[in-house]
Design a protein around this ligand. Structure first.
Ligand SMILES: Nc1ncnc2c1ncn2[C@@H]1O[C@H](COP(=O)(O)OP(=O)(O)O)[C@@H](O)[C@H]1O
Ligand SMILES: [Mg+2]
Length: 468
């Protein structure tokens, strides 16, 4: 929950910082372009005034046309707000000066010569005000020379820029607060259904493992998440039930032979028996012991497979030869039902554990014999899929296995017809772990196995790599 909160705050803060950064850059650009524009405006104004004044100075004669000159200057300066002019001749005599800052000070400044030489402008602070100044030196007929200094006040522009900066600052602050609040509200509303979902998930425990979250109660974007979660619950519930049944099944499987043995022993002890009878009973008991011992060793085998302790002892195996030998081994059983084996096709040799693969194939074959009706044929087809993979299909005729049972056939203690096999008839079947062992062996060999069944036959398809 804590990390959830961190995430919910991190995003608004990022949005807020981004908005802030973006607006800051934006306002910086506005400010800069306004500043550039006003400098440009000032420079153009100063240059045009200087040019006009110089034009007038060319015809200026202090004795002849001073009045006309002054009138023309006034005309030039009309309309220029906060513009100041200072003109002196080569003798240093003031030809004209407007009221305002003492521009003579600028004459003494270090930049003055540079302004004249480069035709640039400079900023000068006088009487607590800031001015942009331009200057020119006009030489007429080599004996007459005028220095003109023109200054334009920058205070209004500076104030405007400062107000603009202040206004933009407030705008940025407001935008950031709005972005923060907006993204917090958005996150709150998007997280609300997720939080509801989390609460529902938190309530699920082993007792309520069959509970499923309804997809209609969540926004459309979370439907696939809920479906995936429900599917995960299905799988977990399945594993959980199998685990629970597994314990019950072991207990049940052990109880049946032990009850048989106990009952038989009690009956025998009730009366004195002949040696022959004792021998018979001990033989019968031996069968039960063997069954129990087989089941325990099967369980140990599966436990080893679960813990990945099964290490196949790899040798070169001729599958065709191995299967042929197995068919011969099962002959007494097949003869009883007049069932025949047919081995079709062939495949390359593979690397595998002979004992394990023999056990796997014999488990499938013994099932096949059990479920094949009399006088029928079991087909074992070998084929090469690629250079590195072979396929074995063991198919037997018989009743179709229901499609709902097929995915569970390899589960431990799973038997299609429970009642048929719970009758204690020793010959009818094992404990239902034969195919689970087959699957473990095939998977230990990095192969795969599946089963398909229809009205004609049931087929176990094994896919094995040639080299492990
Ligand atoms: N060839 C087959 N034809 C029909 N059903 C089969 C076949 N092989 C296995 N089954 C079904 O799969 C179940 C599980 O088989 P298995 O794990 O070998 O257990 P078991 O042989 O001890 O019953 C069997 O009980 C049976 O219902
Ligand atoms: Mg079996």
């Amino acid at each position: 929950m804590k990390s959830n909160n961190i995430i919910s705050f991190r995003l608004p803060i990022i949005v807020c910082l981004l908005t802030c950064g973006l607006l800051y850059c934006f306002s910086y650009l506005i400010e800069r372009s306004f500043e550039k524009f006003s400098i440009q405006q000032n420079v153009t104004e100063l240059n045009s005034v200087i040019t006009s004044i110089e034009r007038e100075l060319c015809y200026y004669s202090p004795d002849d046309n001073r009045d006309e000159f002054l009138q023309n200057l006034l005309l030039i300066l009309t309309g220029h707000h906060r513009l100041f002019v200072y003109i002196i001749d080569d003798a240093g005599k003031i030809v004209y000066r407007t009221r305002g800052p003492n521009l003579a000070i600028a004459l003494k400044s270090a930049v003055f010569e540079k302004i004249i030489a480069d035709h640039t402008t400079a900023i000068s602070d006088m009487n607590n005000s800031s001015y942009r100044i331009a200057a020119s030196k006009l030489i007429i007929d080599e004996d007459k020379q005028y220095i003109t200094i023109v200054a334009v006040g920058r205070d209004l522009q500076l104030e405007f820029i400062s107000r603009l900066r202040h206004g933009l600052g407030i705008l940025i602050a407001i935008a950031c607060i709005l972005a923060l609040v907006g993204s917090l509200i958005t996150i709150y509303f998007t997280q609300k259904p997720i939080n509801r979902l989390i609460k529902k998930i938190e309530r699920i425990n082993l007792k309520s493992i069959n509970y499923r979250i309804s997809t209609s109660s969540v926004p459309i974007k979370y439907v696939s998440l809920v479906k995936a979660f429900n599917n995960m619950l299905n799988r977990m519930e399945d594993v959980f039930h199998r685990q629970r049944n597994f314990t019950a099944d072991i207990a049940h499987e052990m109880r049946t032979p032990i009850t048989n043995l106990t009952t038989q022993t009690q009956i025998v002890l009730n009366n004195a028996r002949s040696t022959y009878e004792y021998r018979e009973i001990l033989y019968s008991n031996l069968e039960e012991y063997e069954r129990m011992s087989q089941m325990i060793s099967d369980m140990l085998f599966l436990a080893q497979a679960d813990n990945r302790q099964l290490v196949p002892n790899l040798i070169d195996i001729d599958l065709h030869k191995m299967i042929l030998m197995m068919c011969e081994y099962f002959e007494p059983l097949t003869d009883e039902k007049n069932i025949t084996f047919s081995i079709e096709g062939n495949c390359s040799h593979i690397q595998g554990d002979k004992m394990m693969l023999g056990r796997a194939i014999s488990n499938i074959l013994s099932n096949a014999i059990r479920y094949t009706p009399e006088n029928e044929k079991i087909i074992i087809a070998l084929s090469q899929i690629t250079d590195k993979r072979v396929k074995i299909i063991i198919s037997n005729p018989g009743n179709k296995i229901d499609s709902k049972d097929l995915p569970h056939l390899f589960d431990r203690f799973y038997r299609v017809d429970e009642s048929r096999h719970r009758d204690g008839n020793k010959n009818s079947s094992g404990a239902g772990i034969g195919l689970a062992i087959v699957k473990s062996i095939i998977e230990t060999h990095k192969g795969s196995i599946y089963v398909e069944s229809d009205d004609q036959s049931t087929r176990f398809v094994i896919n094995l790599p040639t080299i492990n």
